[in-house]
Ligand binder design. Structure first.
Ligand code: COI
Length: 360
């Protein structure tokens, strides 16, 4: 233990109010949160406290200039009742990739992990045991100077809060290939998990919803030709037995679930390609009857099957769910690792509590 993180426990746990069989995604929050401040060049005021609102100044810079980054991760329970993380250090590292791009101070990996383990150890009773459910964990950092003027903040807040969640997409998603709006371009902030990337996606997503589709499939901003990702997920295509996902090129989020699924597919002997994939290639594969599956991957969604894709004036319907072997296998593998029913051959699973010094 390198960091001293004082804990104040809640006197009024809300746990008994939660219906774990009916958890809406993102609306239920656990009892405690971690907070830290970055002041005078160091992370200080580390604490775990009861989950609650907190005050910031009306001039807090994040509210004007959007210097904010976040992670999304999950803790699950094994079938033996052990609380587990999947690749937590990858999230600590990616938060720092985002921090560098957004000109923010990094969080020492050990601080991130100690705070995470302690917080989840305290609230591990909030991890839902139901299949497909988990404790969603939201670490985030934002610039908090009380100032008007565009510059990197000097003060920041780093917070982790959690909440039990059910599936993000309870059913397969329909997509529109977006040929007007852009999520990210090379050299932009697309590879960072920056709050503004999500704000910019809202209008196109709303337009897609108004047309009866669930999500936008993003294309490159130069030619509107190469597929990048979908909604809040990375995307995979199964074409004629091969699994293809867009190569990360600086404009695409380097998904941790994406990386895990690529590894699982390669382990299982699938032919996997990370390369640019154009919408024309997808249309041609569909027309030739070779577009076997499309699925999105992300922490929240895990694996979300795609039911259909609209592009310009045509709609490509995808094969029925019972034929989606690759996506179903990928999801079963991730779920199996999280529940301890599949052997962890990559040392991805980390039991909660490694750094915890508190009683759960
Ligand atoms: C996740 O997949 O965990 C994300 O962070 C996406 C989110 C906007 C729900």
């Amino acid at each position: 233990m390198k960091y001293d993180i004082p804990v104040t426990k809640t006197k009024h746990s809300r746990l008994s109010e939660v219906d774990f069989d009916n958890i809406p995604f993102g609306r239920v929050f656990s009892d405690h949160m971690f907070m830290a401040d970055y002041i005078d060049g160091e992370w200080t005021n580390l604490k775990i406290i009861p989950f609650d609102r907190f005050a910031i100044h009306p001039a807090s810079m994040v509210l004007h200039y959007g210097q904010a980054i976040f992670e999304g991760m999950k803790a699950s329970k094994s079938f033996e009742g052990q609380a587990l993380f999947l690749r937590p250090e990858k999230h600590a590292q990616r938060l720092n990739v985002s921090a560098r791009r957004m000109c923010m101070p990094e969080i020492p990996e050990e601080l991130f992990l100690e705070a995470l383990h302690q917080l989840i150890a305290i609230d591990q009773a909030w991890i839902p045991p139901q299949e497909g459910s988990a404790l969603y964990i939201r670490p985030y950092v934002f610039g908090n100077d009380e100032f008007i003027g565009v510059k990197p903040a000097e003060k920041y807040k780093f917070i982790i809060f959690t909440g039990p969640v059910g599936p993000y997409y309870p059913k397969p998603v329909s997509l529109i290939a977006e040929d007007k709006y852009v999520r990210a371009v090379k050299g932009g902030t697309g590879e960072a998990k920056a709050a503004g990337n999500y704000a910019g996606s809202l209008l196109p997503a709303r337009i897609a919803n108004q047309k009866g589709y669930d999500q936008v499939m993003w294309m490159d901003g130069k030619e509107f030709k190469y597929i990048q990702e979908v909604g809040t997920m990375n995307i995979f295509f199964v074409i004629d037995g091969k699994v293809i996902t867009p190569a990360t090129d600086g404009a695409i989020l380097k998904g941790i679930t994406r990386d895990s699924i690529l590894t699982i597919l390669r382990d299982k002997g699938y032919q996997v390609e990370e390369r640019p994939i154009s919408i024309d290639e997808v249309v041609a594969a569909h027309d030739a009857g070779k577009l076997e599956e499309v699925f999105g991957t992300g922490t929240a969604a895990v694996v979300a099957h795609v039911s259909k894709i609209a592009y310009k004036d045509r709609v490509m319907e995808l094969p029925p769910m019972e034929d989606r072997k690759v996506g179903a296998m990928a999801k079963a593998e991730i779920d199996g690792l999280r529940s301890g029913t599949i052997k962890d051959t990559h040392n991805w699973i980390v039991p909660v509590g490694e750094y915890a010094q508190v009683d759960a």
